[in-house]
Design a protein around this ligand. Structure first.
Ligand code: 3PY
Ligand code: MG
Length: 254
């Protein structure tokens, strides 16, 4: 039996994910065939919508990779739908209160942990499990990440981590840099952000949960993995498309 995504996250080797915002599911399907360990669909800031994301999830699964979806702020209802379609994880932005974390858990975990409603038809088909068996194991098959990306969230990170059903924290270093600088700068790799990351990472590890983060580049992803993050998302489909175009044109015009 292959290990579940939550087991792989704690398996010692950092999980490197693609990050997709382009509106067509085929972009995510293409990146899923590269050597990423998982693929994130970004419906908060990307232009990919709910319908396209629901189509992308089985395409990513067909490449043998877990799909995760970042939902828009406060859109916990969509989180349930992505899990129903077979997503292995949800990343919820701007979880700034314990109540936000409780709502995320409520919509992403079945009772008794949460209040997720039954209807996981896509997930059932992908899992190959019988419905009753899926219900029994489902809460352990998916990860619910609370995004910590504000001063408020950092201040209560232990309380967020203590909420049953919250599997880990996903740090948003860009928003965090804006918050920590009082809106004066966007510098996701600043010394101030790095200090906050070390603190957050230590708290997540103390809680025995999963630490994830976004990296703008492969080099930054390597640094963050070396710090001890369990999962690092690298750049985006758009940044990779642009970097490829820049490199090809630079070579062509050299
Ligand atoms: C942030 O850095 O603020 C994110 O949300 C991840 O890109
Ligand atoms: Mg953010």
């Amino acid at each position: 039996k292959t290990s579940s995504f939550p087991e792989r996250l704690k398996g010692g080797k950092p999980v490197m994910t693609a990050w997709c915002g382009l509106p067509d599911p085929s972009a995510a399907a293409i990146l899923a065939r590269e050597d990423f360990d998982a693929v994130v669909l970004d419906t908060q800031h990307g232009s990919i919508d709910l319908a396209a994301s629901l189509q992308a999830i089985p395409l990513i699964a067909a490449a043998g990779k877990p799909a995760l979806v970042r939902v828009p702020v406060g859109d916990f209802a969509s989180a349930s739908r992505y899990l129903d379609a077979g997503a292995s994880g949800i990343i919820a932005p701007m979880i700034n209160t314990v109540e936000d974390a409780r709502r995320l858990a409520a919509f992403t975990k079945f009772p008794p942990v949460g209040e997720r409603s039954w209807g996981a038809y896509g997930a059932l088909a992908l899992s190959g499990l019988e419905a009753g068996e899926y219900l029994r194991v489902a809460n352990g098959l998916t990860v619910s990440f609370a995004m910590v990306e504000t001063r408020e969230a950092l201040a209560i990170i232990d309380d967020i981590l203590a909420v049953p059903g919250i599997d880990g924290v996903f740090i948003g270093p860009s928003d965090l840099s804006i918050a920590l600088s009082g809106g004066r700068s966007l510098d996701p790799a600043s010394a101030e952000v790095d200090k906050a990351l070390d603190h957050a990472l230590a708290r997540v590890k103390a809680a025995g949960k999963v630490a994830a983060i976004f990296a703008a580049s492969g080099a930054r992803a390597a640094e963050l993995a070396a710090k001890g993050f369990h999962m690092v998302s690298i750049g985006s489909d758009i940044s990779m498309l642009r970097a490829g175009a820049h490199a090809a044109l630079a070579a062509a015009r050299a």
